[in-house]
Design a protein around this ligand. Structure first.
Ligand code: CDT
Length: 306
C-alpha cells in the first residue's frame, strides 16, 4: 500500500492513579474517530499506557516494575488490538517493556492492519539521569529505569511501505534519522513525553521547546526524504506539564497536520509514499552524494575531541 491516511493520536494527561484500562478506552475512542476519518494507520505517544513515571524517584524495584508490561498484547491492551483489527487500522504505540529475562526497555511496536505486530523498537537515546538530582526542578529518571535499546534503528516493510520508529529524545539526534534513511525509510513514527518546562532552565519557555521539537522532526524528514509523524502525550500529569505540538510532516519537511490542544486529539493526513522518491533520487540520493571517508567520527567517538 502506497497511500496511507495517517492519524496522529495525541493523548492528554494520564494521572498516576489512572488505570491502563481507562487509557485504553481513550485510545479506542481516538481509534474510532480515526476510522470515521478513513485512517489506515494511527500513531500514539511514547509510554502511552501510563503516566510518565520516570519523573518519580523509586528505590523499590517491585514498585518500578508495576509500570512495565510483561507481554504485548496483554489483558489491558488486547481490546485495542481487537478494535484496530476490526477497523483494519495499523497502530503504533509506546510502552515500558519488561522482558522474560528481566530487562527493562522504553519500547514501541508497530502492527499491520490485521493487528499483528510487525515491528518493535527499543529507545536508544535515553535522556535524564540515574540518581535523584537535587539541582533539577523535577526528575527525569529514564537512565535509572531503562537500559538503552538493543535492536538498533530497524525498518519494517509494512504492506509495501518502509516504516521505522524512534522515541522522543531520539528525534533530536540526526543519527537516528540517517540510519533509517540509509534503509530507504518512507515513514518514521515517534511518540514523546516532553515537559513544557526545562527542569534545568526554567527560563526556556514553551515556545522554544515546541520549536526544537518541530525543528528536529522537520529536518529529519527533509534530510531523509521521508514522512514523519511525531505524537505527544500532553497536558498536566499530577501537576507536571507536558507539551503538545503533535505533527505530521511531509518528505519536503513541511508540517501538514498539527494538534492544537494539550488533550486527547486526533489529526490526520493523506500520505503518498511515492512522494519520498523525488528527494531520495536527487539531493538526498545517498549512493551518489554521501562521503563516508569523512564521517568516521560519527561512529568512533561520543564526546568532543580535537
Ligand atoms: N521522554 C523524553 O525523552 N523526553 C525528553 C526530555 C528530555 S529532558 C531530560 C525529550 O527529548 O523530549
Amino acid at each position: 500500500m502506497r497511500e496511507w491516511v495517517i492519524g496522529a493520536a495525541q493523548l492528554g494527561a494520564i494521572q498516576k492513579s489512572d488505570s491502563r484500562e481507562s487509557v485504553v478506552e481513550r485510545m479506542m475512542g481516538l481509534l474510532d474517530q480515526a476510522a470515521e476519518n478513513g485512517c489506515d494507520l494511527v500513531v500514539y505517544p511514547e509510554l502511552a499506557l501510563t503516566t510518565f513515571f520516570p519523573r518519580w524517584y523509586m528505590e523499590d524495584q517491585a514498585e518500578v516494575d508495576t509500570w512495565f508490561e510483561r507481554e504485548m498484547p496483554n489483558a489491558a491492551t488486547q481490546p485495542l488490538f481487537d478494535r484496530a483489527r476490526e477497523h483494519q487500522i495499523a497502530i503504533s504505540f509506546g510502552y515500558a517493556e519488561l522482558t522474560p529475562e528481566g530487562r527493562h526497555f522504553n519500547t514501541s511496536i508497530l502492527t499491520n492492519r490485521q493487528g499483528e505486530i510487525v515491528g518493535k523498537y527499543r529507545k536508544i537515546h535515553l535522556p535524564g539521569h540515574v540518581e535523584f538530582d537535587t539541582e533539577r526542578d523535577f526528575q527525569h529518571l529514564e537512565k535509572r529505569y531503562f537500559e538503552p535499546g538493543d535492536l538498533g534503528f530497524e525498518t519494517f516493510d509494512n504492506e509495501g511501505t518502509i516504516m521505522g520508529m524512534a522515541i522522543c529524545n531520539d528525534r533530536r539526534w540526526p543519527e537516528t534519522w540517517r540510519v533509517m534513511g540509509l534503509q530507504g525509510v518512507e515513514l518514521v513514527m515517534l511518540g514523546y513525553n516532553t515537559p513544557s518546562i526545562n527542569a534545568q532552565n526554567r527560563g526556556e519557555g514553551l515556545e522554544k521547546r515546541l520549536y526544537h521539537s518541530e525543528l528536529s522532526v522537520t529536518a529529519g524528514a527533509y534530510q531523509n526524504a521521508t514522512w514523519a509523524v511525531a505524537v505527544a502525550k500532553a497536558g498536566v500529569e499530577d501537576g507536571f506539564p507536558l507539551m503538545g505540538g503533535s505533527i505530521i510532516v511531509d518528505p519536503d519537511g513541511f508540517v501538514v497536520a498539527r494538534t492544537e490542544s494539550e488533550g486527547d486529539e486526533l489529526v490526520t493526513a493523506t500520505c503518498d509514499m511515492d512522494r519520498c522518491q523525488f528527494g531520495k533520487k536527487t539531493i538526498f540520493d545517498f549512493a551518489r552524494h554521501r562521503r563516508i571517508e569523512h564521517y568516521g567520527r560519527i561512529t568512533s567517538q561520543t564526546g568532543v575531541e580535537r
